[in-house]
Design a protein around this ligand. Structure first.
Ligand SMILES: Nc1ncnc2c1ncn2[C@@H]1O[C@H](COP(=O)(O)OP(=O)(O)OP(=O)(O)O)[C@@H](O)[C@H]1O
Ligand SMILES: [Mg+2]
Length: 242
């Protein structure tokens, strides 16, 4: 579904991503981990078209999307969840979901059918159905994040890019987010998720990619990554006894 080849990105002569290559199969849930500043968010920006790579190529569903605008990529079903961005605080939760659905391309909107029903389902996914008529400003940061994710999930996308969805979220909501991602997987959707919470990653991901200073250093099952020496070295420094 997604094929990334030799992707590099530099700012001036400072390399941020270096020769990043990986493939994602349809229906996979992939965790992207790595220390602060290793280039994870930058990779999402390049994949969604907000930053232009210095070199390399991106193929999505057998189309070369390397030079397409973010808008075109979004139309093709690549969904990026921004953190607490695009929630209108003065509108009710219901209205917030409604406007996002109204803004979808015609063909995606048609597929959804009855929008009122989809609004209701979206709020249910986020566990916020009882607050449908409340203003979004009444939500906690964690609840806003849930709403933001739920809204993107219902948007008919096929590939989801989630950047630290559990940051600053209570353990209960972290579980809710994990459930939402499992639902996506059941529906055959593909998910790339940046996360610092390793137990969370272990629970929901089929595979984990580890990024360190702009390079992919590991790509393996959560179990193998957790036990790997490379991960220990990246996060805790090299073991002086070896
Ligand atoms: N607009 C920018 N101008 C200059 N440097 C930038 C810019 N955006 C990112 N960087 C640098 O690129 C590197 C990678 O940043 P990025 O935000 O992708 O890391 P990250 O892995 O998402 O980190 P975190 O875990 O803290 O979110 C960092 O060294 C950062 O300082
Ligand atoms: Mg980041």
């Amino acid at each position: 579904m997604l094929d990334v080849k030799g992707l590099s990105f530099s700012i001036g002569n400072q390399p941020i991503l270096s020769d990043v290559s990986f493939s994602v199969k349809e229906g996979e849930v992939i965790g992207l981990i790595g220390p602060n500043g290793s280039g994870k968010t930058t990779l999402f920006n390049v994949l969604s078209g907000f930053l232009n790579q210095t070199s390399g190529s991106i193929t999505y569903k057998e189309s070369d999307i390397t030079n397409l605008s973010p808008y075109k990529r979004a139309h093709m079903g690549i969904g990026r969840v921004f953190q607490n961005f695009g929630i209108f605080r003065e509108m009710t939760l219901e209205e917030n979901v409604q406007v996002a659905l109204e803004a979808l391309p015609k063909n995606q909107k048609r597929e959804l059918g009855d929008l009122k029903k989809v609004v209701k389902e979206t709020l249910e996914i986020a566990g916020l159905q009882d607050s449908a008529k409340k203003k979004a400003s009444s939500l906690s940061g964690g609840q806003m994040r849930l709403l933001e994710i739920a809204r993107t999930l219902k948007s008919g996308n096929n590939l989801f890019l989630l950047d630290e969805p559990t940051a600053g979220v209570s353990p209960k909501m972290t579980n809710q987010i994990a459930d939402m991602i499992s639902t996506l997987k059941k529906d055959g959707k593909t998910v790339l998720i940046i996360e610092h919470d390793l137990p969370f990653i272990g629970k929901i991901c089929d595979r984990v990619i580890v990024l360190d200073v702009g390079h992919i250093v590991l790509s393996d099952t959560p179990q193998n990554v957790k036990q790997s020496k490379e991960l220990q070295e990246i996060y805790f420094g090299a073991d002086p006894t070896t």
